[in-house]
Structure formats: structure tokens, C-alpha cells
Design a protein around this ligand. Structure first.
Ligand code: ADP
Length: 656
């Protein structure tokens, strides 16, 4: 008895403690009483005042306590449970006495009498507000993810070891033209197997390798491959994925996305095709232009060569000399056109290689002004210099091309000037750069046509005047300036004059390069040929080129010219008569000029004889190749007599 009492008291204390718990409370519904009894301190924390340790809520007032949105569901579930079950569990929002709601989980059991009538339903209630909130947040984020994935149009796939299979979202199949995961073709089949079968045979091994690598060392899984579509075509898929590992590093699942990149691939293929076509077209254009240049230079060599011969012929009348000068002028114009077109096409094809070296602008300006002076003098145009303290400034540029730029601007300033006009060459400092202004007092450019000034072959009406030109100069000039990191612009007032300007980055702290190209003035100052005989062997197959060179050199009797019209004979003559110099055409029959030169370089008898190339292959790369091969000089056709004589004179000086 004592023991039982003790036991009772222990149990009582335990119930006491349970009733004080704040994490959960007790409830009980007795149908006959039409009341829900609430017990435990928990209810007090929610604002349900407990009388003596218990509160009572009338069933008829439950609707006021439970959230209206949950009320209907609550009634339905309760009715179902009361009808058939013996256990109930549901969540509802219950009003806090201070306002607002909290989520309650009602977990209870039904006690029935022998006749199965309910005697009471009782259980516990606990606050699941934070859990509910978490679940709702999770659900929202899941919904958001699904929305994002749906809008991205990507298919999703997943492999899980635990679930023992592969899952492909409907989108994966839709990308291939199937209805979705329940397309008839897929029914009852292992989806992974089906997918593997559909992969393009050429891509299967790559796909497999990628997967194996990724699972082995976590290398990026991102690959593009083709999968057969329902309609018999190929769908390009970009698959990206990531495997997930357990604590031991074993891959236990992998998930990823499939992006349909078919359209992108087709566009890419079209682009590649278009680029290849453009490259082929550009190569064809380059080939055409270089052969055109070669073909035109050959007859021009004869035309301009004879003009030079006529100029030295005292037997010709003044009128005949005048005609020869006209022919020479026209020939030079044609040559200029060829050069311009070649330059333009090379710049456009990005093949113009430019060096960037420190160049003294004032020096190049001086050269150009000296060169242009005779032209200016004829029309009594004065040339002014305004360099200030900037005459010593170096800029970073390609010296040859910078000269071409300045020459073009200065010659335009003279060409389009008025009689007795003025040309001013001015240097100005600009941030980090030097600016060159070439100003004239000429006719200016109509405002309406100024926008066309840099269009190639557009002479803005000058074609109907007597002023010579090709209309390409400014277009080349601007592209050259830009390629050298500079800028170009102009201002012009019709009837008053124009000012074209270019800027180049200044070459602060850079060692100036030694300029190697000889100016025309320097060529003229070269030593003469002297009286001693000079034996020249000319290897050339074109009879007209041979004739013109013979006549050009007739005025220099010390030059003993021997001619071979094909390379083997040339080599024979070189061995037997040991000339002082060989002039070599490049396009020769059976063995070209380069091969002939190589032959000479390897023959101990001929090694020491300098060889000068005389070629109609006049592209910069031809000239460069010639220098690398070991030609003493590479001269291009049409041959300019002063240049040829200067080279021969240098040889003579070197040989003595
Ligand atoms: P070209 O002088 O060979 O015709 P350019 O490309 O150098 O070709 O010049 C294009 C056109 O711009 C010229 O034909 C001429 O009409 C106009 N132009 C160029 N420079 C001047 C200038 N300084 N004054 C007036 N017009 C000019």
C-alpha cells in the first residue's frame, strides 16, 4: 500500500511537470459535453487563460478561433477521421488571443466505446509555426526554381544511386520532338538506354569519356553533342552537370541540364562557312591583284624604260621629247594606281605589316617638302614651316608609311591650291601625341561633299579637272594613320582652303632607329659609276625588258652588259665570264630567280658575285623574301634608272 502510494505520488509529479511544459499542450473533446478542454501551461503562452489548470472552448465557437482559410479543411478532415479512423493529425492556424495566428499541429487519438461510439478524442497540440514557415519558404523556392528552369527552356536530368535510376524531365524529350516522358516510344523502356541509343555514333565515345572523367576527378562536365530527333534530324545539346559525393568521395548522384543549341550551332556553321568563303574570296582577290600588279608592271617596264631612254636621246626634237614626257607621266600615273590599289587591298585584308619605331617627324617633313618643291615652284606656291620647338620630337610610326602619309597630304595641298598660294606645314603638341597640320589656301571642299572625302576612288568632282589623281590617297592615308595608332581629320572652307591633320603617339624615351632607306636626294648624291669597266650579266627572258635595259645603259659605256635569256645559260655565262654583278629577273622559265640565286650561293665559283633582283613581283613580302634570300638589292619593275645606277655605283665602291 505504501509502495502504491509512493508510485502514485511519483506519477502525479510527472503529470504535474508535463502540464507545466510550454512546448506542447493537451486537448480533449468529449462529444456529449460539446466542449474542448485545454490543459497545460502551453495554452497560456498562446493567450488562452487557464482557470484552474484548464480552459474550455465551446465547439460552436471553434470557428472563431481557427483561421477561416483552414476551417473548411479542418471540418472535412475531422469528419473523415471521426467516421472511420481512430487517429487524427492535422495542421491549422489558430488565433492568438493578442491577435495574429500561429500554426498548430493537432495530434490525437479517438477513444471508442464497445458500441464503437466515440467517447472522447484527445491528444496533444504543439506550435509548428516556424516549421510551417520553413516549409512554405522551401515550397516557394522550389516553385521559383521550376519557373526559372521552365523559362530557360532547358531540360533537367538526374541520376541517383539511392533511387537507382535516371530521371529526364519532359523538356529533355520535347527537345527531341517527343511528347514528353510518356511518349509511346518511351513507354516501358529504360530512359537512359534510350537516350544512349539516340546519341550520334560519332559523339558517343566522347560523351562516355567526359562522363567517366567527371566522375573520376570532378573535371568540368560541359559538352556539346548530337542526339537523334523524332523526325530523323539531329538536335545539338549542350549538357552541363555536376556529380555529388558521399563522405568517402563516392559519386552518389549527378544532376544537370540539357540546353538545345541546335540553332546556335547552325548559326555558327553558317558563320564559319561565311568566314571561309570570305577568306577564300579575299585570297582570290589578293591573288588576282598581285598577278594583275605583276602583269601590268611588265609592259610598264618597257613603256617607262623607253621614256627614260628617249629623255637621254639628244636626236629627238623638243616635240618628240614632250610626247615622251607625256607617255612617262601617263605610265607613272598607271603605276601609282597599281600601287594604290595594292595598298588599299592589303590594308583592307589586314595584311599591311607596319613597324612602330621612333621617327623624327620634322626630318620626314623636310624630305617630303623638298621632294614636292619643284611641283610647288611651277605654280609659284610658297611653302612655310611652323615647327616651333617641336622639330626635335620623335613619334612612334613606320617611317616609310609616315612618309607616304605626309607626301599625300602635302601633294594634295599643292595640287588643289591656287596659283601663288601658300602651304603651311605645322607641328603642334597634343596630349601624348604630335600633331601635323598641312594647311593650304586652295579651293577647299564643298560642305555637302566633305563626308565623302575618305571614300576610295571618289575624287569629289576633281576627275573632270586637269588635276591628276586616283581618288584613293586619302582613304589609304587615313587607314595607315589609324593602323599606326594615330588619328586624322580635316577642316575646309570652300574658296579659302583646307587643313588636313594627323596625330601620332610621341615616342618619349625611345631610342631613335637608324633610318636605312635612302631618300631620292640621297640617291642623287651617291657616287657615280666611275670610268672603270663594270661587267653586268642580265638574266631575263622577256625580250622587251632586255631591249629597254640595254638602251637605258647605252649612255654608260663602262657598263659591259651581257644577257642570258634563261637561267641555265645565265649560270654558264656567270661561270665563264665572271661578271661583277648579276641582274636577275625572278619569273624565269624552268628555274626561278630564287633557285638560280641559291645555285650561285652553293657554287664556290659564283658565291662571291653580288646578285641584284629586278622583278615585277613588287609586294612587300616579295621584297622581304628577296632580302632574306640574299639578293644584294631587290629592285622592282618598272626599273628606275637612277635607282639602278645608284645600286651599281654602291657595288663598285664596295668592290674596290
Ligand atoms: P586624289 O588626290 O588622288 O584624287 P585623294 O584621296 O588624295 O585622291 O583625295 C580625294 C579627293 O579629295 C580629291 O580628288 C580632291 O577632290 C579632294 N581633296 C583632297 N585634298 C584636298 C585639298 N587639300 N583641298 C581640296 N580638295 C582636296
Amino acid at each position: 500500500m505504501q509502495d502504491f502510494k509512493e508510485f502514485q505520488s511519483v506519477e502525479f509529479q510527472c503529470y504535474q511537470r508535463l502540464l507545466k511544459a510550454e512546448g506542447f499542450g493537451f486537448w480533449e473533446w468529449v462529444p456529449e459535453e460539446d466542449a474542448v478542454h485545454l490543459r497545460g501551461g502551453f495554452w497560456r503562452t498562446l493567450g488562452y487563460e487557464l482557470g484552474d489548470s484548464e480552459s474550455v472552448i465551446r465547439v460552436s465557437r471553434l470557428g472563431e478561433v481557427i483561421h477561416s482559410e483552414d476551417w473548411h479543411g479542418f471540418l472535412k478532415t475531422t469528419a473523415r477521421v471521426l467516421g472511420r479512423g481512430h487517429r487524427m493529425q492535422q495542421r491549422v492556424r489558430v488565433r492568438h488571443s493578442q491577435g495574429g495566428y500561429f500554426w498548430l499541429c493537432l495530434d490525437g487519438e479517438i477513444t471508442r466505446r464497445r458500441d464503437l461510439q466515440i467517447s472522447c478524442v484527445s491528444g496533444i497540440a504543439f506550435d509548428v509555426s516556424s516549421q510551417q514557415e520553413l516549409e512554405q519558404r522551401l515550397q516557394k523556392s522550389e516553385e521559383r526554381l521550376i519557373r526559372i528552369l521552365d523559362s530557360s527552356n532547358d531540360g533537367i536530368w538526374e541520376w541517383t544511386e539511392a533511387l537507382g535510376g535516371f530521371h529526364f524531365s519532359d523538356r529533355c524529350w520535347q527537345q527531341l520532338g517527343y511528347d514528353g516522358h510518356d511518349d509511346a516510344m518511351l513507354m516501358g523502356r529504360n530512359r537512359l538506354e534510350v537516350w544512349r541509343e539516340l546519341i550520334h555514333p560519332e559523339d558517343r565515345a566522347r560523351f562516355h569519356q567526359h562522363l567517366v572523367d567527371h566522375l573520376k576527378d570532378d573535371s568540368t562536365f560541359d559538352l556539346e553533342y548530337r542526339v537523334a530527333t523524332k523526325s530523323g534530324g539531329w538536335c545539338w545539346i549542350r549538357a552541363r552537370g555536376q556529380c555529388h559525393r558521399d563522405g568517402q568521395g563516392r559519386a552518389v548522384s549527378m544532376s544537370g541540364t540539357n540546353m538545345d543549341i541546335t540553332e546556335l550551332k547552325h548559326t555558327e556553321e553558317r558563320l564559319v562557312f561565311a568566314r571561309e568563303e570570305a577568306v577564300a574570296a579575299s585570297q582570290a582577290k589578293s591573288r588576282f591583284l598581285s598577278s594583275m600588279s605583276h602583269e601590268l608592271r611588265t609592259p610598264l617596264n618597257a613603256i617607262l624604260g623607253y621614256c627614260q631612254v628617249f629623255a637621254m636621246d639628244s636626236a629627238l626634237s623638243e616635240q618628240q621629247q614632250q610626247s615622251a614626257r607625256e607617255i612617262r607621266k601617263a605610265g607613272n600615273h598607271l603605276l601609282q594606281l597599281i600601287n594604290d590599289v595594292m595598298d588599299l587591298s592589303r590594308i583592307e585584308a589586314g595584311q599591311m605589316s607596319l613597324s612602330q619605331e621612333p621617327v623624327l617627324v620634322s626630318r620626314l617633313l623636310e624630305e617630303c617638302l623638298t621632294w614636292i618643291k619643284p611641283l610647288a615652284d611651277v605654280r609659284r606656291i610658297r611653302i612655310l614651316r611652323d615647327y616651333g620647338v617641336l622639330g626635335e620630337i620623335y613619334v612612334l610610326a613606320d617611317a616609310t608609311r609616315l612618309k607616304q602619309v605626309l607626301l599625300n597630304l602635302i601633294s594634295n595641298a599643292v595640287k588643289y591650291n591656287r596659283e601663288s598660294g601658300l602651304v603651311t606645314a605645322r607641328l603642334q603638341a597634343s596630349t601624348g601625341a604630335l600633331r601635323v597640320d598641312i594647311e593650304d589656301t586652295g579651293r577647299g571642299i564643298e560642305e555637302a561633299r566633305q563626308a565623302e572625302i575618305f571614300e576610295p576612288f571618289n575624287r569629289l568632282g576633281a576627275e573632270s579637272s586637269a588635276i591628276e589623281g586616283t581618288g584613293v590617297g586619302l582613304s589609304i592615308t587615313r587607314q595607315l594613320v589609324n593602323s599606326m595608332g594615330g588619328e586624322m581629320g580635316f577642316r575646309s572652307t570652300p574658296g579659302k582652303g583646307s587643313c588636313f591633320w594627323v596625330t601620332f603617339p610621341s615616342a618619349a624615351d625611345q631610342e631613335p632607329a637608324v633610318e636605312q632607306n635612302l631618300s631620292d636626294a640621297e640617291i642623287e648624291q651617291q657616287p657615280g659609276l666611275g670610268d672603270a669597266p663594270l661587267r653586268v650579266l642580265y638574266i631575263e627572258d622577256n625580250p622587251s625588258n632586255i631591249r629597254v635595259l640595254k638602251q637605258m645603259l647605252e649612255a654608260w659605256p663602262q657598263v659591259r652588259l651581257e644577257v642570258a635569256d634563261e637561267p641555265f645559260y645565265g649560270l654558264y655565262l656567270a661561270r665563264t665570264s665572271r661578271p661583277d654583278v648579276v641582274l636577275m629577273d625572278i619569273n624565269l622559265p624552268r628555274m626561278d630567280g630564287f633557285e638560280t640565286l641559291l645555285f650561285m650561293q652553293q657554287d664556290p665559283c659564283l658565291q662571291g658575285i653580288p646578285v641584284v633582283a629586278l622583278s615585277a613581283n613588287a609586294l612587300p613580302q616579295d621584297i622581304e623574301r628577296g632580302k632574306v634570300a640574299g639578293f644584294f638589292e631587290y629592285l622592282t619593275k618598272p626599273v628606275e634608272l637612277p635607282q639602278l645606277l645608284a645600286v651599281l655605283a654602291r657595288l663598285k665602291v664596295g668592290g674596290q
